[in-house]
Design a protein around this ligand. Structure first.
Ligand code: F6P
Length: 548
């Protein structure tokens, strides 16, 4: 089927004209007409999503929604949830949403209901995590486990790391560690903190071929065997008590020496960056308990239902994705910032970087043709208020347009009202400041009120001007719970899916990571060998310099 180039649709052309008409309109002018907050706020299950501080009118949103219809978004959603092979270049369905579906759901891939095997794996996660938490799983000297180390990279690391930090409030007595980088600093620094008698390693790799993960897992296993053994002892057989794995590649895991009963399966239809809902979440289940892990899945499922069943004008992921297209393709915004106003969500921007940029960083469309329009946005961010004292200068007064999501919570977990009110005052003030800005006249008045002389005012006033008109979404959620957090992640996942459809690209493959991996293998041979193979002169010189 020839899929549509978005720029050839009627609504795209209409949006181009509309963009010309409103590109210079100030949001604060738009706020003088009608109740924008009421018109452009979506409310759902403890989520309050105010997108009124965007450079949009009713007409913008209607045209964007028409565009989504022309791009056949609804049909694409049916294929996505229906288990069609929408990851065409890898010949796979994309069914991570099935992992959070209710136990009695029927979801088919290639005519087979996959829910039964999902339930089986969940049961195994539940039993194992309960044994680790309750202390009935003993290490080789009969002691309970105190430390759990997740070894993985990309989706096999970022997800578990990000969620255990986000839900740290719900964490039990166990200490969790994450090793991802092939840089030996990472594994060796972590091992220094561990006792082999009480440590469990969870090796997570969908493919079980990833260089970083296998190198780290080998180093951890060697460390365990050496450190656990008294002189004359061989502790190889005890690896089984201290190493478990999550993978689709059962043979490779067994070859590594992990007992079959300690392998948690996942499936080809779960993409690495969407795998947090599978056994890849084992470390999360161990850290926060299986019931909390289930609530996290349930929250994501609720968001899936919202996404699937809600008309586009009330649909949170669809609305957020349409705004991304509006800025990316019409205002030529290059990046989007994600600013969570809670330290718990410190790793969320990094997680969403992978989810978004590995999914939508594509320059070939679904017909295999180069695109002639911009696709995936650059995602970045840090928690507020730290980010305000670091890079907000550029968002306020720089030359770039950076649509920003502000994520905050009505209720804090710590209950310290003073801190929470200060935090949220900043959250609210920033979006107001970004929208309103400050005119030169206002700046001058302020300087006058400070008693500054006229010459100094003339000199300083231009620097005190804020253009304003900077777009933001305010995502205000009742409380950070496993359930609301699952819903938040699912919200972004669906947004990413919608963007891919609107840009007519395949969001679920990642061929772009292969070339660097291939070349690294060649370079490693050159580093370890006697002669250097053919490279450009820069790379050859660098290899020589490194080897000297
Ligand atoms: O190289 C990118 C990637 O394939 C990611 O998509 C994935 O999350 C990561 O590597 C890890 O892959 P694996 O789980 O197979 O080790």
């Amino acid at each position: 089927m020839n899929k549509i180039n978005p720029t050839t649709t009627k609504s795209w052309k209409k949006l181009l004209g509309h963009y010309d008409a409103i590109k210079s309109t100030q949001m604060k002018k738009l706020f003088q007409e009608g109740d924008r907050a009421a018109e452009f706020t979506l409310k759902w299950e403890g989520f309050y999503v105010d997108y009124s501080k965007n450079r949009i009118t009713k007409e913008t949103m209607e045209s964007l929604r028409d565009f989504a219809k022309e791009m056949k978004l609804q049909e694409a959603m049916a294929d996505y949830f229906g288990g069609q092979t929408i990851n065409e270049t890898e010949g796979r369905a994309v069914m991570h949403t099935a992992l959070r579906a209710p136990k009695d759901a029927t979801l088919k891939v290639d005519g087979q209901n996959i829910v039964d095997e999902i339930n089986e794996t969940k049961q195994k996660i539940k039993q194992f995590s309960e044994k680790i938490i309750g202390g009935s799983h003993k290490g080789f000297t009969g002691k309970a486990i105190t430390d759990v180390v997740n070894i993985g990279i990309g989706g096999s690391d970022l997800g578990p790391d990000m969620v255990t930090k986000a839900l740290a409030y719900y964490q039990n007595h166990l200490k969790v560690h994450f090793i991802s980088n092939v840089d030996g600093d990472h594994v060796h620094e972590t091992l220094k903190q561990l006792d082999p008698e009480t440590t469990l390693f969870v090796v997570v790799s969908k493919s079980f071929t990833t260089q970083e993960t296998l190198s780290n897992a080998n180093t951890a296993r060697d460390w365990f065997i050496k450190k656990a053994a008294k002189p004359g002892e061989d502790r190889k057989k005890d690896v089984a008590k201290h190493f478990v794995a999550v993978s689709t590649n059962l043979e490779a895991v067994k070859d590594f020496g992990i007992a079959e009963e300690n392998i948690f399966t996942m499936w080809e239809w779960v993409g690495g960056r969407f795998s947090i809902w599978s056994a890849v979440g084992l470390t999360i289940a161990i850290a926060i308990g299986y019931d909390n892990f289930e609530s996290f899945l349930a929250g994501a499922h609720k968001m899936d239902e919202h996404f699937k069943n809600t008309p586009f004008d009330q649909n949170i992921p669809v609305t957020l994705a349409l705004l991304t297209v509006w800025y990316n393709n019409f205002f030529k915004a290059e990046s989007e910032a994600i600013i969570p106003y809670t330290q718990y969500l410190q790793r969320l921007p990094a997680y969403l970087q992978q989810a978004t940029m590995e999914s939508n960083g594509k320059s070939v469309d679904q017909n295999g043709k180069p695109v002639d329009y911009q696709t995936g946005t650059i995602i970045w961010g840090e928690p507020g208020t730290n980010s305000q004292h670091a890079f907000f200068q550029l968002i306020h007064q720089g030359t770039k347009i950076i649509p920003t999501d502000f994520i905050g919570y009505k209720e804090s977990l710590h209950g310290d009202e003073d801190h929470h009110n200060k935090l949220m005052a900043n959250y609210l003030a920033q979006t107001e400041a970004l929208m309103n800005g400050k005119t030169e006249e206002e700046a001058r008045k302020e300087l006058e009120a400070d008693g500054m002389d006229q010459e100094k005012i003339d000199q300083l006033a231009p620097f005190k001007v804020f253009q304003g008109n900077k777009p933001t979404n305010s995502i205000l959620i009742d409380k950070l719970t496993p359930e609301s957090f699952g819903a938040l992640i699912a919200m972004y996942e669906s947004k990413i899916f919608v963007e891919g459809i609107l840009w007519n690209i395949f969001s679920f493959d990642q061929w772009g990571v292969e070339l660097g991996k291939q070349l690294a293998k060649n370079v490693l041979k050159d580093i370890n060998g006697d002669r250097i193979n053919n490279h450009d002169s820069s790379t050859t010189a660098l290899i020589n310099y490194f080897k000297k």
